[in-house]
Design a protein around this ligand. Structure first.
Ligand code: FRU
Length: 502
């Protein structure tokens, strides 16, 4: 098979998000800031735009918004597919893959062994290294380096841990169908010793995949570090299909102890809303963080798709975008540690655009009001609503007379929702058209939303990033209206700041 070529106009190609030129991608892999650039590797089918031939694609960016695609970094072969994993900069050459002058980048990935391999049926962890800053990679001759004889052992995320017992490499990976995160330790990235396991806990409605573990200061206090364990699961998300959950607690160099576990063992479906979710939308999966991000920022990117319909979304010749990069931090909310997520690099910062539209205050009463002069396909919209008597109010983006994606608030129910039932194309999969929702409470009596709209997506950051919802949409390129609406009464938009990129 050869890479697909465009048969229709590429109207869904994102302007602010990464997508490949003409191939398939899924999970972000090996995220690292190195040599002054953000490196994004990813699950890639170099030969087609559906899942298969899994290899690591590669792109770089100076600003997390504009990306350059490079040749495939680590390729599948007749023995193995290259599943998800991570990259570390081995500055002290602990692995021995580099030299005193040239420290290596070391990738740890899952070898999904094929029938031609002696390891067929097993998923085990393997290494590759790069001595040219991440552009070309050599597979280690002694692969795999960690084999448990398991068919579902994957997605290693490696980081450098420094504690009372010194410094060493720690890997978190999953036993996917056991709903378990496994933690290992190494001095040289090649010999691994089991430290502990975590789970099952909280959401277990689908296999556990792509874990991550990192420390963050709680409420910005450097001497109050907490550890965050993120675990993606598929299916079993709060609005169906793929999603990511997180736990907050302590890591002592051996064991992660969660202080936010609600249920241990199999999940309690009635308590799904009490689990902590990275994102409540349908299209934020396999989120992982960057190694060595500047200024100690913890930056995450997710695959903006859902395994329910991933292979069918109507984009061509490419398929699947990545999410925007987010900076995550930890804040105490109602006595509990919660992740807060913001757009890492605001698109307006690189385009030097002034807000193209601002509104001081407007009351919306039982109406849908198109904002004159605010139309667009790629926009960042920041607005604050103060509720009145309306039982449903919000914003409609990518609209026309009959279409639009509604981002609304139901104050009495305490819900934020994204309604994409009339967003555009949805007939490619029966479960795509949906109304998805998340819990939301007013802060100081109002609701603050930042909404980023691109050619095929809507990302909502609500209440300063305490709740996020990420969703794909496939509108007509002529659906560009932006409207405010309130039904059953009034709501006031107390501020609105809208920047249009195209
Ligand atoms: C998650 C995942 C990973 C695996 C990869 C294969 O989306 O299933 O667990 O490594 O995709 O492409």
């Amino acid at each position: 098979m050869t890479a697909s070529t465009a048969t229709t106009a590429d109207t869904f190609r994102p302007a602010l998000h990464y997508a490949t030129r003409n191939t398939w991608l899924n999970d972000p892999n090996g995220l690292i800031f190195h040599g002054g650039l953000y490196h994004l590797y990813y699950q890639n089918n170099p030969l087609d735009n559906v899942w298969g031939n899994m290899s690591w694609g590669h792109a770089t960016s100076p600003d997390l918004l504009t990306w350059t695609e490079h040749p495939v970094a680590i390729s599948c072969d007749e023995q193995e597919d290259i599943f998800s994993g991570s990259i570390v900069f081995d500055r002290h050459n602990t692995s021995g893959f580099g030299t005193a002058e040239t420290a290596p980048l070391v990738a740890m990935y899952t070898s999904a062994f094929k029938p031609a391999s002696a390891h067929h049926g097993v998923q085990a962890q393997s290494l590759a290294y790069s001595l040219d800053g991440g552009y070309t990679w050599t597979k280690h001759t002694a692969n795999p380096v960690l084999d448990r004889g398991s068919a579902e052992f994957r997605d290693p995320k490696v980081f450098r841990y420094t504690g009372e017992d010194g410094s060493y490499w720690v890997m978190v990976a999953v036993e996917a169908t056991d709903f378990q995160v496994v933690l290992y330790k190494s001095e040289d990235l090649a010999k691994w010793e089991l430290l502990s396991t975590f789970g099952p806990a909280n959401a277990t409605g689908g296999v556990w995949e792509c874990p991550d573990l990192f420390a963050l200061p709680l409420d910005g206090e450097a001497d109050n570090l907490k550890w965050v364990l993120t675990v993606n699961l598929n299916p079993g998300g709060p609005n169906d299909g793929s999603a990511g959950q997180y736990f907050v607690g302590e890591f002592d160099g051996t064991t992660f102890t969660s202080s936010t576990t609600v249920t241990e063992g199999p999940q309690d479906p009635a308590r799904l809303a009490e689990y902590q979710w990275l994102d409540w939308g349908r299209d934020y999966y396999a989120a992982v963080s960057f190694s060595d991000a500047p200024d100690d920022r913890r930056l995450m990117i997710a695959w903006m798709n859902n395994w329910q319909y991933a292979n069918q979304i109507p984009t061509s010749p490419w398929r699947s975008p990545m999410s925007l990069a987010r900076v995550v931090s930890l804040r105490t909310v109602d006595g509990k540690p919660r992740l807060v997520q913001q757009i890492a690099e605001d698109p307006a910062s690189i385009s030097n655009l002034e807000p193209s539209f601002t509104l001081e205050s407007a009351e919306i009463s039982n109406e849908t009001r198109i904002i004159d002069g605010a139309s667009g396909s790629v926009q960042r919209i920041e607005l604050t609503f103060t509720p009145g008597t309306a039982d449903d109010f919000g914003l409609i983006v990518r609209g026309d007379e009959t279409h639009g994606t509604r981002v609304g608030i139901l104050p009495a129910q305490g819900r934020l929702f994204v309604d994409r039932t009339a967003s555009g194309q949805s007939d490619f999969h029966e479960s795509f058209a949906s109304i998805d929702s998340a819990p939301i409470l007013p802060i100081g009596g109002s609701y603050r939303l930042t909404v980023v709209v691109d050619h095929c997506s809507v990302e909502v950051f609500a209440q300063g990033g305490l709740v996020t919802m990420t969703e794909l949409i496939f509108p007509s390129s002529t659906s560009t209206d932006v409207s405010l609406y309130a039904s059953g009464g009034t709501a006031t938009v107390s501020s609105l700041n809208l920047t249009t990129f195209s």
